[in-house]
Design a protein around this ligand. Structure first.
Ligand code: NAD
Length: 260
C-alpha cells in the first residue's frame, strides 16, 4: 500500500462530490476529480484543494455515460497516481415524469450514469485494491435507493440497483480488505437545490422558507437539509481503519426520512 492513498471521486466538480473530494484531500489523499465541465471551470477548486491540503489533485473530464468513458477515468487515475485505493461513485442525474411520458433516452441515460458507470469503474479498479489487500468503495445512492417516490422511475430503479450492486461486490471482496458501502442521502444542500428555491417560491406563491420546509423537506422529519460536510465526514470515516468491518451496507443520511 502506498503511503499516500489515491481517491477517485466521480462527479466531483460540484455539490456532494466536490465536498467528498475536499474531505478526502483534507484526510491526506491524492484525488482524481471528475465531471463533464471543461478543466478551466474546475481549475479553481482543483488548485485550491492542492494548495490547502498539500496533496496532488488531478481532474479528468471522462464522460461516464459509456463503459469506455468509465474505464478511462480509472486508467487516468492509475497512470497519474499509480493506484486507486478509494473509489467514490457519486456522479448522477435526475429526471422526473410519469412513466407514460418518461422519455426512453432519459431512462437509458439515468441507468447508464447512476448505475452502470459504477459497475464499470468498480470492475476496472477492484483488481488493484484486492491485490494490495486494501480498498474502499463508496457508492452515493439516495434515500431513493431504499424507498420510492412517484415519477422518479429511472432514478429509483437505478439507486435501488446501486444498493444491490454494493451488497454483491461487498460479498465478493469481503476477504480482500476491500469494503463496499452505499451512502443514502435525503435532500442535501447543494448549489443545485439552492438555485431551485426562488423559482419554486415564485411559481407557488409561497415564501422561500415555505418552499424549503413544505416542498423540499416534506419527507425529511428533521426539516433540515443534509450538508455536504456531513456527507464528506461519513465518506472519510468509511475510509478509516475504524470502519474496516462496515461493508455491504446502505447507510441512510436522511434526517429520518426512511424511518417513516
Ligand atoms: P450535482 O448536479 O451538483 O453534481 C453532479 C456531478 O456529476 C457534477 O460533477 C457533474 O459534472 C457530474 N456529471 C454529470 N454527468 C456526468 C457524466 N456523464 N460523466 C461524468 N460526470 C458527470 O449533483 P449532487 O446534487 O451533488 O449529487 C451527487 C450525487 O448524489 C448524485 O448521484 C445524486 O443522485 C446523489 N444525491 C443527491 C441528493 C441531493 O439532494 N443533492 C440527494 C440524494 C442523492
Amino acid at each position: 500500500m502506498p503511503d499516500r492513498k489515491t481517491a477517485v471521486v466521480t462527479g466531483s466538480s460540484s455539490g456532494i462530490g466536490l465536498g467528498i473530494a475536499e474531505g478526502l484531500a483534507a484526510a491526506g489523499m491524492n484525488v482524481m476529480m471528475n465531471g463533464i465541465e471543461p478543466p478551466e471551470d474546475v481549475e479553481g477548486d482543483r488548485s485550491r484543494l492542492e494548495a490547502e491540503f498539500s496533496v496532488t489533485v488531478a481532474y479528468s473530464r471522462a464522460n461516464l455515460m459509456t463503459p469506455e468513458g468509465a474505464r478511462s477515468l480509472i486508467e487516468a487515475a492509475q497512470q497519474t497516481f499509480g493506484t486507486v485505493d478509494v473509489l467514490v461513485n457519486n456522479a448522477g442525474i435526475q429526471f422526473v415524469s410519469p412513466i407514460e411520458e418518461f422519455p426512453d433516452e432519459k431512462w437509458q441515460a439515468i441507468l447508464s450514469l447512476n448505475l452502470s458507470a459504477a459497475f464499470h469503474t468498480i470492475k476496472a479498479a477492484i483488481g488493484g485494491m484486492k491485490a494490495r489487500g486494501w480498498g474502499r468503495i463508496i457508492n452515493i445512492a439516495s434515500a431513493h435507493g431504499l424507498v420510492a417516490s412517484p415519477y422518479k422511475s429511472a432514478y429509483v430503479a437505478a439507486k435501488h440497483g446501486l444498493v444491490g450492486l454494493t451488497k454483491t461486490i461487498a460479498l465478493e471482496a469481503a476477504e480482500d480488505g476491500v469494503t463496499v458501502n452505499a451512502i443514502c442521502p435525503g435532500y442535501v444542500w447543494t448549489p443545485l437545490v439552492e438555485k431551485q428555491i426562488p423559482d419554486t417560491a415564485e411559481a407557488r406563491g409561497i415564501t422561500e422558507e415555505e418552499v424549503k420546509r413544505d416542498v423540499l423537506l416534506a419527507a425529511q422529519p428533521t426539516k433540515n437539509f443534509v450538508t455536504v460536510d456531513e456527507m464528506a465526514a461519513l465518506a472519510v470515516f468509511l475510509c478509516s481503519d475504524g470502519a474496516a468491518s462496515i461493508t455491504g451496507t446502505a447507510l441512510p443520511v436522511d434526517g429520518g426520512w426512511t424511518a417513516q
